[in-house]
Write a new protein. Structure first.
Length: 571
């Protein structure tokens, strides 16, 4: 249990019992027995009490004068001891307008809720219909026997490429269902829209996209696999999954519980794939919430606080341009620092950002927790452009490779932006490939690169611009006493993606006679160089105009096996 809760629990022992409306306490006991949780609202107490109380309860919404929260049996008993007046919230599952799809065709219209079996069939259908773009993965199984599913969308879904990983996940709280259908709609839109080109194709070609529409199926299908009516916030073990992750402030088990199976599966997935940018979707408010959740901004801000605010602002502002007045205008016109709204421990956003050095926000989609089916298409229309634009944030900033200066062997290194980064914002190059990506606000930066067995490198005056990728190949030198191991030949290419008609830079394994060809995914082949003697390993080549899409660049030499790199060319 978090040490921040102990003074509160000690205090609660000496306070008078709370007063609910007549019959509320008996009904609350019934709900705790039936559902494992109870939702209630109460006046917001003084800040000194509220700060600790917010870490005991699962706060659902905080306004200036009132709080809506969830609690399990022990937390609710502790709340009653405060003496605060309270009353029950309506059971979310009793809300009207939760029509379930009658069949697969109706489920795929995205204006009703799928049964659990339909959900699984939809996810399997995406992978079966688009095997060249989509792969289905099972992250784990819940205590209730439901599958935790995610799809990978990429131009080469069976291959792990040197691309930034992007991740969307929804409905960790099982009764916050709008994002569940929104993510299914997004998967369908990405797969269907790929052949049409434009932003969708650029995203699929440039990113490794993972989408997990339903992170708490036991909660969403609490009353049976054929309905979302009766959905619960907690999982089937009575655990709030968004308080169950390691916390950068409060340690490994901030909620006092062991990790739920859903949490273990999600942490395993996140540690394996290390998303560069991600978001998780909730409901109960309409706001983009950025780190930190566990600290207020007066206590600590993320090193990339300005970047976080800017991307959150762009998400909300784009929504405002396509939604009716009043949608997503909560707090700072649809944006908030998490801890300044209300502090929590054990949230996934802070786990990804603090422990894994990713960049994650929490997007609250709807004031209504269980979005009625009549609002599902509107929710898509309001958010679809923001969803795509937010994904592009993973493309921009800094990217490249860290390699041995003599052998081109990839190097596992730590990259620090001087006078900017702290422990939680460092970037690490991949152990096997030397590849790295780092979102970064526009500016001029100095970089420090360190790796075991290598001299420290300093890069000064590195410039980043908005909606632009600065590509770096960082070569680390060994101390003069070190002996480098031989390495296989390697072709380096930058920038990538690149605009048609502009110049690309190549580093070849050695000088000599080389040929360069471009081959389109559809089969077209263009020759850039034909058996040209090159006195240097590094060359610049101007691409022909009017090219676009995915191409394979192949370098051949009489003394080296053909070397191929994927290149994405934009209009």
């Amino acid at each position: 249990m978090s040490s921040r809760l102990l003074p509160l629990l000690f205090l609660l022992l000496f306070l008078v019992p709370a007063a609910g409306q007549e019959g509320d306490e008996e009904r609350a006991r019934e709900l705790l027995k039936e559902r494992g949780e109870v939702c209630f609202s109460f006046p917001r107490p003084p800040d000194t009490v509220w700060y600790r109380l917010s870490h005991l309860l699962s706060v659902d919404r905080l306004d200036r004068d009132s709080v809506r929260a969830y609690a399990g049996p022990s937390a609710f008993r502790a709340f009653l001891a405060t003496g605060l007046p309270w009353h029950l919230c309506p059971v979310a599952g009793a809300a009207k307008g939760l029509t379930m799809a009658s069949g697969m065709e109706e489920a795929a219209a995205w204006d009703s809720y799928p049964t659990y079996q339909q959900y699984v069939a939809l996810m399997q259908g995406f992978a079966a219909a688009y095997p060249g773009l989509c792969r289905l993965d099972t992250l784990g199984t819940t205590p209730g026997g439901h599958l935790l599913l995610a799809v990978k969308i990429s131009d080469h879904p069976a291959v792990q490429e040197d691309e930034p990983v992007f991740f969307y996940s929804s409905t960790m709280h099982g009764d916050e269902t709008g994002g569940f259908v929104l993510m299914l709609h997004l998967i369908d839109s990405l797969l269907r829209g790929y052949e049409g080109g434009g932003q969708v194709r650029r995203l699929v070609d440039s990113l490794e996209i993972w989408i997990n529409p339903l992170a708490n199926p036991d909660g969403t299908y609490h009353d049976g696999d054929s309905t979302v009516s009766g959905a619960t916030r907690y999982n089937s073990q009575g655990i709030d999954l968004n308080r169950n992750f390691p916390d950068p402030r409060d340690g490994l088990h901030p909620d006092g519980n062991e990790y739920a199976p859903e949490t273990v599966a999600m942490m395993r997935f996140l540690q394996q794939h290390r998303p560069v940018v991600s978001a998780n979707f909730h409901s109960g408010a309409e706001v983009v919430n950025y780190p930190w959740d566990t600290w207020t901004s007066s206590e600590r801000t993320h090193a990339d606080n300005n970047w976080f605010y800017a991307i959150s602002r762009r998400y909300a502002d784009t929504v405002h341009a396509h939604a009716p007045a009043g949608y997503m205008t909560y707090l700072d016109n649809g944006v908030t620092n998490g801890g300044d709204w209300y502090a929590i421990s054990g949230g996934r956003q802070d786990y990804v950002t603090g422990y894994l050095h990713g960049r994650e926000v929490t997007i609250e989609l709807d004031n209504t927790k269980l979005t009625p089916v009549s609002g599902l298409i509107a929710l898509w229309d309001y958010n679809k452009r923001s969803l795509l634009n937010y994904m592009e944030e993973a493309v921009w900033g800094l990217g490249g490779y860290v390699v041995d200066s003599l052998t081109e062997v990839p190097v596992a290194a730590t990259l620090r932006v001087l006078a900017h980064d702290d422990t939680f914002s460092l970037t690490f190059s991949d152990t096997l490939t030397g590849y790295f990506r780092r979102p970064l606000a526009p500016g001029t930066w100095d970089l420090e690169i360190t790796a075991a067995g290598y001299d420290t490198a300093l890069l000064r005056g590195v410039v980043t611009a908005r909606d632009s990728l600065t590509w770096l190949v960082i070569r680390l030198g060994r101390p003069t006493s070190a002996v480098a191991a031989p390495a296989p030949p390697r072709l380096l290419l930058w920038p990538n993606p690149v605009a048609a008609g502009t110049t690309i830079h190549l580093r070849l394994p050695h000088p000599g006679t080389w040929s360069l060809t471009l081959t389109h995914a559809a089969g077209t082949t263009l020759t850039l160089l034909s058996r040209r003697p090159l006195p240097s390993r590094e060359i610049a080549v101007t691409l022909p105009p009017h090219l676009h899409g995915l191409w394979l660049l192949t370098a051949t030499s009489p003394h080296t096996v053909p070397l191929t790199r994927k290149i994405i060319i934009r209009h």
